[in-house]
Design a protein. Structure first.
Length: 424
């Protein structure tokens, strides 16, 4: 019988077991990346096109195009498409980032052929029917108007505007009128150019046998090429002067706060140790920000800091929602914690706790074939691979409190931060 009065043994955290991946190129230019795990009974496909918001000629084109793929093709209407995916026990979802638009398919291996064929049909033969497009835009506009009532959304939107400038794709300043300006012909032209074979990468993981690969090769070889594909580069940011900016929202009981500055790119030499610094400062429940502003002061239910690497940019920010009477006090405490990390020695117990947490999070990100496929897809878009995880674990394992204090003095500088508030 287990004696509950005796704590279990603590074992050192391990290194991640990184799976090998294979790559092949179809005759039409589609790239396939394979992570095979025969122990699974399912497979997962992530289909990426460089068709994100940075490539759209008009706001909302990218997100509307990917979401409308399942609303009707030359062979099936939207109801039939939904019924077929349900019948085969498959899931399909969409995601849009600044650079990529992605479809995610999860299905049973025994039904791989019909669901892969149906997914290829969505990519190749989508019609963007007028009626379904109108319903989609009406619903999305209503959701957008609801979002605009939330101070957290308003603060985030203002922060990105101040960081990158109006007109920059990362600012993404969507307005209600944009939903009324989008028409079907723009979608068709965008789809024809961006959803092309040479612009497509497929990451397939799980139980990927030769039979399933055969279905994939056959179906995705039908994706046409676009020989006039235009590349677009992320323009240089045009940030506002560093300072405090407020977005007024009448009758709001709370204020949303964003404090932020330029962050650390994935390829930056300081990235591993900076992620440890961020963890200690505001990246998990036992962080400095949570201990002070939530647990001790009671100003908020939650507060976090986050580093967001992007292509040709990165930003680091603090986000929280507080009672409007505590707005300035919360801002002051955030800056105080920045200065404390830079000026006062960090306790070894606190340091080790944050380091162990980050190590565990890195292992969790690589837990299984599906997770490794997700992380490989993300890291390859920055010219990296999963070897980054071993490098990060090695670097944080040999890091010490003095190094974190040095980075805090270099990067956590209140005078370099934008302060965004949204509320009454």
């Amino acid at each position: 019988m287990i004696d509950r009065n005796i704590a279990p043994k603590i074992f050192p955290l391990s290194q991640p077991m990184i799976m090998e991946h294979k790559t092949e190129i179809l005759p039409n230019g589609v790239e396939i990346v394979i992570l095979n795990d025969p122990s699974q009974e399912v497979f997962k496909m992530d289909i990426m096109f460089k068709a994100g918001a940075a490539y759209q000629p008009q706001r909302l084109i990218a997100t509307t195009a990917i979401n409308m793929l399942g609303e009707g093709t030359k062979k099936h209407n939207s109801e039939q498409i939904s019924e077929l995916f349900d019948y085969y026990g498959a899931y399909i979802g969409e995601h849009v980032s600044m650079i990529n638009s992605e479809l995610c398919l999860i299905g049973l291996c025994k039904y791989a052929e019909p669901v892969i064929n149906l997914t290829a049909e969505l990519i190749i033969d989508s019609l963007f029917p007028e009626k379904e497009l109108g319903i989609f835009l009406k619903n999305r506009k209503q959701q957008f108007l609801i979002q605009c009532e939330k101070t957290s959304y308003l603060a985030r939107k203002e922060y990105m505007l101040r960081m990158y400038g109006d007109g920059h794709p990362y600012a993404n300043q969507v307005e209600a009128k944009d939903y009324d300006l989008l028409d079907r012909e723009l979608l068709i032209e965008f789809h024809k150019e961006r959803y092309a074979a040479e612009n497509c990468k497929v990451y397939i993981s799980g139980n990927v046998n030769e039979e399933i690969l055969g279905y994939l090769r056959k179906a995705f070889s039908e994706i046409p090429n676009c020989f006039s594909l235009n590349e677009r580069y992320i323009p240089k940011a045009n940030p506002s002067p560093i300072g405090k900016y407020h977005v007024t929202k009448e009758k709001s009981a709370q204020t949303s706060i964003r404090i932020g500055k330029s962050g650390i790119k994935l390829t930056d030499p300081d990235y591993p140790e900076f992620m440890l610094l961020n963890t200690l400062f505001g990246g998990y429940f036992s962080s400095r920000l949570m201990a002070n502003i939530r647990e001790e002061k009671g100003y908020t239910y939650g507060i976090q800091s986050c580093n967001l690497p992007m292509h040709n940019a990165a930003n680091w920010f603090i986000a929280t929602d507080v009672n409007k009477a505590m707005t300035q006090a919360t801002i002051d405490e955030c800056f105080k914690e920045m200065r404390n990390l830079a000026e006062k020695p960090i306790g070894i117990e606190e340091f080790n706790r944050a380091r162990q947490y980050l190590h565990g999070e890195l292992l969790r990100e690589l837990d299984g074939a599906f997770a490794q496929s997700d992380m490989l897809r993300h890291k390859r878009s920055f010219g990296l691979d999963l070897g980054l995880y071993n490098q990060m674990i090695k670097r944080i394992s040999t890091c010490d409190p003095d190094r974190i204090q040095e980075l805090a003095a270099r990067y956590l500088r209140p005078e370099e931060c934008y302060i965004i508030t949204a509320g009454e």
